[in-house]
Design a binder for this molecule. Structure first.
Ligand code: UFG
Length: 326
């Protein structure tokens, strides 16, 4: 049993991982400013501290309450497209605020840190992306996450902070009462399902002239339950290892058009498609090789078929058409 502080535990992935941590017997304190997260997504069995990573005194207070053995850090801005319009916001939220959290971890003697990194640090690649593939973010968002990976390296070297940097590919799906509810929503699968529910007129395809088989961007969609299990394995791994930086994906690439087609199939609804211009900052193809996570963490993704993943998201969306709003 560990005391775990989960920064961003009211968010989509953080809430689900908090629940998994509790089920595994850990004592969880969620720290979140609720700017993006939802109080409803925080498990009942978790303590909740409302606070902001921009304020070191908020973090120090949460540390005193949680006395964490480990900190999991999900709090951040996540949208590649938005980051290309508001870079300063992204560098502040994702780099500067993470630095506050890392300093607080050192001050409080926290031994382990698990960080939500991203596929967006990589250059687009026609081959599967391994940890040694070329790194070159196509957007500011990816750059911010890469900067944190670099800070982690030095915090380990200088302060001995043990860490896991988990590079998520495209998180999707839902687990029980928790699912994806962003405002505004920008992600492909929830937006497509909103169109299926009739909550929007159509789904836009951002660019049909990419150098991919059908001209639309290709991504690796990974179920949030599988991302979750990787966090528990990473925490255990840091019992006996100093650091790990690894990719978390399925290894299967689906184009935007294929995702929409699968959603039409799963929902049985007509979904109108509108082709538009490219969205700045989108890499043509990002698909993971996750051999390192499998080998080192013993991680095995369980829900790997796109229709099953979309099906879970669909079940959640039908039950929560307004997200967490009553
Ligand atoms: N897309 C559309 N229409 C939409 C929304 C998205 O065509 O209405 C396209 C995007 O252009 C992109 C693909 O669908 O090609 C996936 O877009 P998302 O916005 O769902 O996801 P991203 O790949 O841009 O980014 C997501 C997360 C990041 C993470 C990244 C890793 O938002 O945090 O996956 O690949 F880093």
């Amino acid at each position: 049993m560990m005391n775990v502080l989960v920064a961003g535990g009211a968010g989509y992935i953080g809430g689900i991982v908090s629940q998994l941590l509790i089920e595994a017997g850990h004592r969880v304190t969620v720290f979140d400013n609720l700017s993006k997260g939802h109080r409803e997504a925080v498990p009942e069995a978790a303590a909740f501290v409302r606070g902001d990573l921009a304020h070191p005194e908020d973090i120090a207070a949460a540390m005193r309450q949680a006395r964490p053995d480990a900190v999991l850090h999900f709090a951040g801005l996540t949208e590649a497209g938005e980051s290309m319009q508001q870079p300063a916001r992204y560098f502040r939220a994702n780099v500067s605020n993470t630095l506050n959290l890392l300093e607080a971890c050192v001050n409080a003697g926290v031994g382990r840190f698990v960080f939500s990194s991203t596929a967006a640090i990589f250059a687009a690649n026609d081959a599967l992306i391994s940890e040694s593939s070329p790194i070159s973010p196509a957007n500011c968002y990816g750059e911010t996450k890469l900067m944190v990976e670099k800070m982690l390296k030095w915090f380990h070297a200088i302060h001995g902070l043990r860490y896991a940097a988990l590079r998520y590919f495209n998180a999707c799906g839902a687990v029980g009462p928790r699912g994806e509810a962003h405002d505004p929503e920008t992600h492909l699968i929830p937006l497509t399902l909103r169109a299926a529910l009739g909550l929007r007129p159509d789904i836009a395809i951002f660019g049909t002239d990419y150098p991919t088989p059908d001209g639309t961007c290709v991504r690796d969609y990974i179920h949030v339950a599988d991302l979750g299990s990787a966090h528990l394995k990473a925490l255990d791994y840091l019992d006996t290892h100093d650091t790990i930086t690894c990719n978390l994906g399925n290894g299967a690439g689906y184009s935007v058009r294929e995702v929409i087609d699968a959603a039409i199939e799963v929902t049985g609804k007509d979904i109108a498609i509108r082709e538009t211009a490219r969205r700045p900052g989108d890499a043509p193809r990002l698909v993971a090789a996750s051999d390192l996570a499998r080998r080192e963490l013993g991680w095995v993704p369980r829900i790997t078929q796109l229709p099953d993943i979309i099906g879970d998201a669909w079940t959640w969306m039908r039950a929560h058409p307004r997200g967490y709003q009553p």
